[in-house]
Write a protein that binds this ligand. Structure first.
Ligand SMILES: *Cc1c(COP(=O)(O)O)cnc(C)c1O
Length: 427
């Protein structure tokens, strides 16, 4: 068996149906679906009793360390339809120096999703969405993207032989735009925000019939994101953390993880403890924070959305009510951090812990610090921060000092206080 692929034959097939996330109306699986008649996201439902009987959690240990290890809880039926680029289990990296300085005794763990194919956790969702597209015979897909999702869709579509088109806001980081093109997709730059791009994708859906792979307009990206929750539970010995900080844009991650916890509780893999889910947004684009503060069920469009953390510059989310439900049901909260705090947090974690987060991931650390200071998180709690992409994909502050090769170096500037010799330390 190749390490990163499931080649053990067809899936047992525990999917029973799809369900409207608002009305509960049932829809058949195994056929192309978008949103429900009510215009809301469709969620995949499983025969969880069947999963419980088929898969004791201990059986997971012997499987390859990729997201396909949870295949009984994933929608793909036929192994041959799996489109994979090696979706490894991502590490939980502690921040011990920072925790010590902040007096956080309970551990700060970063779930580093930057290790996934295409450098972001969007790979989880798109691996599932594109595999399902292959299973359902879809030939062309399109989506609006701030960069990472488009790159992941392009990569998996290239591998599946599906035609891909991505609409990005014109100011999307250049590396993402070029990455999308390199991976065989058409990329169009729109003078607007991601929801403007979304309107064009919807228009193309009517005019040329491509499949619209926008966030929560198809049922399977959430199933891929769900594996973050499954993985986290397994990595922590089936004892969920006290609190999860998640950089929230379209919200598939929060919605997916919350769905994962509900499912594995029903299967009996975890007890009743749930983490408080914290939706982190940028102060310049915080529709979910506003709706949470006001106690509203939906989050109206945020005008004039601005932040350099591109992945969370989402002015309006189709799944707003599902994000808010997960945050409220978990006893969590929503919190905004401004770009200056995000930039400072970005530098701090990289310089002190050697972990180059993405700005969205840095936002979760900025939010954690704020919440620790205002008492919404206690120092003895175990917190998990989600770093959803590699920091290497983002433009970084200029650096480097110019030097002539032939002398004139002021060596004094490098003189550090000499570190004590081992012998001196023993004394
Ligand atoms: C897409 C993205 C997010 C937001 O994720 P959602 O699950 O859609 O809310 C956060 N960070 C990065 C780096 C992203 O690419």
């Amino acid at each position: 068996m190749r390490e990163y692929e499931w080649t053990g034959g067809d899936m047992p097939g525990f999917v029973t149906h799809l369900e409207c996330s608002q009305t509960g109306e049932r829809y058949p699986a195994d056929t192309v679906q978008t949103v429900s008649r009510a215009g809301r996201p469709l969620l995949v439902r499983y025969d969880l009793d069947g999963v419980r009987r088929a898969l004791p959690r201990e059986a997971l240990a012997g499987r390859p360390r990729t997201l396909w290890r949870y295949r009984e809880l994933l929608p793909v039926r036929r192994a041959e339809n799996i489109v994979s680029l090696g979706e490894i289990m991502t590490p939980l990296v502690p921040l011990p120096r920072i925790a010590a300085r902040l007096g956080a005794r309970g551990e700060i763990l970063v779930k580093d999703e930057g290790r996934l194919p295409t450098g972001s956790f969007k790979a989880r969702g798109l691996a599932l969405a594109v595999s399902m597209a292959k299973e359902l015979g879809i030939a062309a897909m399109a989506m609006p993207s701030n960069g990472n999702a488009g790159a992941a869709m392009a990569a998996y579509c290239a591998r599946a032989g599906i035609k891909a088109t991505v609409f990005c806001p014109a100011d999307t980081p250049e590396v993402n735009v070029r990455e999308i093109a390199m991976q065989g997709a058409r990329v169009l730059l729109v003078d607007g925000l991601i929801d403007d791009c979304g309107k064009l994708v919807a228009e193309g859906e009517r005019k040329v019939g491509w499949f619209n792979c926008s966030t929560l307009r198809e049922p399977y990206r959430v199933e891929g994101k769900k594996t973050m929750g499954l993985e986290l539970a397994e990595q922590l010995g089936w004892e969920l953390p006290d609190v999860i900080f998640y950089p929230t844009g379209g919200g598939t991650g929060i919605i997916g993880m919350w769905k994962a916890f509900t499912e594995i509780a029903q299967i009996g893999w975890i007890g009743t403890k749930r983490p408080r889910m914290v939706a982190v947004q940028a102060a310049g684009c915080a529709p979910i924070v506003k709706a949470w503060t006001e106690g509203a069920e939906h989050a109206p469009r945020w005008q004039d959305a601005r932040t350099f953390a591109a992945g969370i510059r989402v002015p309006q989310a189709l799944g707003d009510f599902l994000i808010l439900r997960a945050v409220r049901d978990s006893g969590g909260f929503a919190i905004a951090v401004d770009d200056a705090a995000i930039a400072a947090a970005w530098r701090e974690v990289a310089a002190q812990e050697g972990l180059l987060l993405c700005p969205e991931g840095a936002a979760t650390y900025a939010a954690y610090k704020q919440a620790l200071a205002d008492g919404r998180v206690r120092p003895d709690e175990r917190a998990v921060l989600f770093n959803c992409a590699t920091g290497l994909k983002y433009p970084m502050p200029e650096a480097g000092q110019r030097l002539m090769p032939d002398g004139g170096v002021d060596w004094e500037q490098f003189a550090a206080s000499p570190s004590p010799t081992p012998a001196a330390r023993r004394r």
